[in-house]
Design a protein around this ligand. Sequence first.
Ligand SMILES: [Zn+2]
Ligand SMILES: [Zn+2]
Length: 262
Amino acid sequence: MKLDLKTDGHVHTSLCGHASGQMEDYVKVAVRLGLKRLFFLEHLEVGINYFERTWLSHEDFDLYFEEGMRLREKYGEKLFVGLGVETGYNPECSGEILEKLAERNWDRIAVSYHFMKVGSRHYNLVSRKKRNLEILGRVGVAKVVSAYFDTVLEAVETVPAEVVCHLDAVLRYHPQIRFERSHYRQIEMILDAMAARDMALEINASGCRMRDEPFPALEIVEEAARRNVPLAAGSDAHRPEDVGRFGKLAEALEKTSVELDG
Ligand SMILES: [Zn+2]
Ligand SMILES: [Zn+2]
């Protein structure tokens, strides 16, 4: 399987409230690095009861498209500027999610699963904040991981996405995170469902910044490659200086069967 490192398929901006920098700052870094394509993948969430908003409102998405189209005109000869969305799945609101996706002309629809409901509130599965880790830990790490993969499978079967983001990032900051054999079976089912839809697996370089391995881990990347699941590189940059930071990723992938492009 090939991985194109001239495309950064996943960056955020200050529009989501937890990233820094304007869209143009990200574009400038991509141009400086000589990337060919940059996809903004802003957070969409529906029906989430969380203590702060870490995703874009309808109005934010209006601004996003307006500015994105301006940048596409301005930089179009040097770089393809893609306006995409990281769709956070919510099993209780799948209909509304599909409606929101149908409202706009996305260049890339990606899917991930960030928020799990415990009681009446949602908790962030990929956060390092104690308020999330404590409650999810109380539910039980193995149980949360199983529920996470079940829901990702449902998301793959429901959302018309081209990419699945940071597949194994669940509870990445929990000290007891560990996958069991049953979890790997769930991962294989997800990869089978993706292969059937020609849905790509994101190779998320932010993992290399925290654990010397991308999200997902290399053995999962190999499982995907065996199934001919396409691969898509993403920095998951939440600040401009992380755009296209694929050095450590390229190094890590040298040990795998993945062929690097660019
Ligand atoms: Zn984010
Ligand atoms: Zn994400």
